[in-house]
Design a binder for this molecule. Structure first.
Ligand code: PEP
Ligand code: MG
Length: 534
């Protein structure tokens, strides 16, 4: 601790960076108590009040969808679908029937749902608790007919967690950031913050600073300073200026192909999760889609063939003749899909990815048909996640051949795309020689690192061990790259490490020349590549 202004004590609290950047400004308390509700005269009126409040919340979200883009619209539509789901309102309406006022009934029903999500040992489900809290508060606000307190421009929004709608309604053009005591780097807001460049830190577990003070949010390192001293402000501004300079310089690289200092070309593709992600990307700035995750399409319900076909076709048409690598569903682990994944004590080592798809051929068959049909609309490549043995690849490839024959017999237009695999299970990275017959290899450094280091990717307590730059992980990456080179099998990397400027030199030195990164990281990744001499 150091001395702050007016005799206050500066206090620094460490957290986990969820979206890089710097913000300096007043703190805004996200945890202000909601406005009070005026009970109605009869059960009927209470019921009508709740139904109307849900309608008001849906109306408000629908209006927001119209101005939202890509992933933001997807999140809002997810909220609307949840609000319109009787399973959510049913218990509250029943409680009103037994004499509770609408606000208490709704709060209790939602709190019990939220508790279920929060108790999950899976990061994905815990992250969805924030969505449910958002929905709860939207309806409570509509019930009390009072607006939400507005944060001053440039404020650092500070609290337990933040609602996605609060994020979307905030004008980030004026600066500001997000500092959460809980939160998750896998939450919807974290995703939005990364794609909009809003600084965000989660997991600030130490006690709150004085909420009346100004604060410094360093979301590059993951820390907040309450009541900073002049020296801290000075040092912070220098770091913020250096970050802005690096970003500004990086933008000039965006429209150019990536090359190293010594002129070696490096392909840089993008990772996407929703088909609408491509709406915000200029196709000229990347070399294609290196990874389209399909788990999110599976969201709440299993998508039918037509829904999947349209989603894949949209991305293929956007990319033109550039490659689009779509990964078959990697459900399980940190990405559970209700109605598909199974409850397991250790989901990272259980039935996830290709293991589950091969068990549920009914569901896998639908995805394969959609992919085969979409393939005629562009330069599609398909890859299988979590391959551990060659037999799994062979089985999956055989299912493609089977569905292809079925489509041919039905006279449905289709095409067999090249089939490759993710290298994210150590068995494949250690013994790639079994896989000389696949069309391509794509290294999943997120999973490869967690399995090599035995450090879960979503556990902050072992984050210091989960390092792709550990020699054991880098050695494996280098040996896979060398194998690909020798056998003429293209090798790329689509884990988060590919977009990390501090890891890029090591990846290129390991022999990789093909990276796939989050769209918001394209510019910084290309700039980092230009600084490497390989
Ligand atoms: C990986 O494991 O590196 C990867 C790209 O896949 P996901 O993060 O979706 O598991
Ligand atoms: Mg993976």
């Amino acid at each position: 601790m150091t001395a702050g202004p007016q005799g206050t004590r500066a206090m620094q609290v460490e957290g986990i960076p969820a979206s890089p950047g710097y913000a300096e400004g007043p703190l805004f308390d996200l945890d202000q108590p909601p406005a009070s509700y005026k009970p109605k005269a009869s059960t009927e009126e209470e019921r009508a009040a709740l139904v109307n409040a849900i309608g008001t919340a849906v109306g408000r979200l629908t209006a927001l969808v119209e101005t939202a883009d890509g992933d933001a619209a997807g999140i809002l539509e997810f909220h609307i679908a949840m609000l319109e789901d009787d399973a959510l309102s049913g218990p509250a309406l029943a409680a009103i029937g037994s004499g509770q006022p609408a606000d208490a009934a709704w709060r209790a029903a939602l709190d019990s749902e939220i508790a279920g999500y929060e108790a999950s040992d899976q990061d994905y489900f815990r992250a969805r608790a924030a969505d449910l809290r958002d929905i709860r508060d939207q309806v409570l606000r509509a019930l009390s007919e009072e607006g939400e307190a507005e944060a001053p421009p440039g404020a650092i929004l500070y609290g337990e967690d933040i609602a996605p709608t609060r994020f979307l309604e905030t004008d980030w053009n004026k600066g500001g950031g997000i500092a959460l005591k809980r939160g998750s780097t896998a939450s919807h807001v974290a995703m939005l913050a990364r794609s909009r460049g809003v600084p965000m830190v989660v997991g600030l577990s130490a006690p709150a600073g004085p909420l009346s003070s100004d604060a410094l949010l360093d979301a590059e390192r993951g820390a907040i300073v309450f009541s900073p001293s002049p020296a801290e402000v000075e040092a912070f501004r220098q770091s913020a200026a250096s970050f802005a300079d690096r970003q500004g310089a990086a933008r000039t690289f965006l429209t150019e192909p990536a090359v190293t200092k010594t002129g070696t070309a490096v392909r840089v593709q993008v990772n996407i999760a929703y088909p609408s992600d491509v709406d915000g990307i200029d196709v000229a700035t990347c070399d294609g889609v290196g990874l389209m995750r399909t788990e999110f399409l599976f969201g709440k319900a299993l998508p039918d063939e037509e829904t999947q076909y349209r989603a894949y076709r949209k991305v293929l048409e956007w990319a033109g003749d550039k490659p689009v690598t779509i990964r078959t569903v990697d459900a399980g682990g940190d990405k559970p899909v209700p109605g598909f994944t199974v409850e397991e004590t250790n989901p990272f080592l259980g039935l996830r990815g290709i293991r589950l798809s091969l068990k549920r051929r009914d569901i896998f068959g639908v995805q394969i048909r959609a992919l085969l049909r979409a393939a005629i609309h562009g330069n599609l490549k398909v890859m299988f996640p979590m391959i551990a043995t060659h037999d799994e690849y062979a089985q999956a490839a055989a299912l493609f051949a089977e569905e292809q024959s079925a489509l041919a017999a039905e006279g449905v237009a289709h095409k067999l795309p090249p089939l490759g695999i993710m290298v994210e299970v150590p068995s494949v990275a250690l013994a790639p020689e079994d896989f000389a017959d696949v069309a391509f290899l794509s290294i999943g450094s997120n999973d490869l690192t967690q399995y090599v280091m035995a450090a879960a990717r979503d556990n902050a307590a072992v984050a210091h061990l989960n390092s792709v730059r550990h020699p054991a992980v880098l050695r494996l990456i280098a040996s896979v790259a060398a194998f690909g080179q020798k056998k003429g099998v293209p090798v790329s990397l689509c884990g988060d490490a590919g977009g990390d400027p501090t890891t890029i030199p090591a990846l290129l030195e390991a022999g990789l020349r093909d990276l796939s990164v989050a769209p918001a990281q394209l510019a910084m990744a290309k700039a980092a590549i230009a600084d490497v001499s390989v």
